[in-house]
Design a protein around this ligand. Structure first.
Ligand code: UDP
Ligand code: MG
Length: 243
């Protein structure tokens, strides 16, 4: 994947958002508490995935006081994977940090991820104490164990958006809707070193979750079968002669 900008930065924070207006001011404030202290050049790439609640307008207002913020806006809602992908293509950072816009992830955990980036290519946040309704917690536990069993994985929590990636991780990847739930497996298939680190998880204070059990469980299961197939059919050849 070629980034479209020449100027390189240390860090891109890539955040998809869909109707998250009331979360944006506290999100920007939390990010600005942590990011300047890292001593790294950075940008905050906000991808508005077709919001209809005035989120984009508010982002533009935040841009007038915070030059680190970039807005990529979709004309319609194309889903979280599409928003991530558009963000990755625009990102100028050598390291990409992904997170949600609803402050269920805390920007204060970003340094934890960066510490591990010295020895890994991908660091996945692990919400070891989930702050979600019990039905979500149980379904997520079941989903994670089915996923790990069927795809021979060991990732405790792939649904946590808070993750860090070297930008090269996306060079050869073609994403499809839903595949953001399988980033660790996709990256391992590409030969990257993946680890996980425990991070905080907080209740959603403003706005509503865009997913329910119904619109996630079956879709994610079908996606899992696709990933399992891809893993099985992974091509790994060795050339011993080339004349
Ligand atoms: N999101 C998005 N497009 C969508 C659905 C979600 O950009 O079609 C964003 C959403 O605004 C949030 C993140 O993806 O920043 C995760 O969504 P949500 O918090 O609803 O998921 P949950 O945490 O409930 O699994
Ligand atoms: Mg959320």
């Amino acid at each position: 994947m070629n980034t479209e900008q020449a100027e390189e930065l240390e860090l891109s924070i890539v955040i998809p958002l869909y109707n998250e207006r009331d979360n944006l001011v506290p999100l920007e404030a939390e990010l600005e508490k942590t990011l300047p202290e890292l001593g790294l050049s950075y940008e905050i790439v906000l991808i508005d995935d077709g919001s209809t609640d005035g989120s984009a307008h508010l982002v533009r207002e935040l841009q007038t006081v915070n030059p680190h913020i970039r807005l990529i806006r979709f004309g319609n809602n194309h889903g979280q994977t599409a928003a991530f992908w558009a963000g990755f293509k625009k990102a100028r950072g050598k390291i990409i940090i992904t997170m949600d816009a609803d402050l269920q992830n805390s920007p204060a955990d970003i340094p934890l991820l960066l510490e591990k980036m010295g020895s890994y290519d991908v660091v996945c946040g692990w919400r070891h104490k989930r702050n979600d309704p019990w039905i979500r917690k149980i379904s997520s536990k079941i989903a994670n164990s089915i996923r790990n069993a069927l795809s021979a994985e060991t990732i405790a929590d792939t649904g946590c958006s808070l993750k860090a990636f070297r930008r090269e991780c996306f060079d050869n990847i073609r994403l499809y809707n839903g595949l953001h739930r399988f980033f660790p497996t996709l990256m391992k298939m590409e030969g990257f070193k993946v680890t996980q680190v425990k991070v905080g998880h907080y209740p959603r204070v403003h706005g509503v979750s865009k997913y329910g059990i119904g619109n996630r469980a079956l879709v994610a299961f079908l996606d899992l079968l696709a990933i399992r197939w891809m893993k099985k059919r992974w091509i790994n050849y060795d050339i011993v002669e080339d004349n």
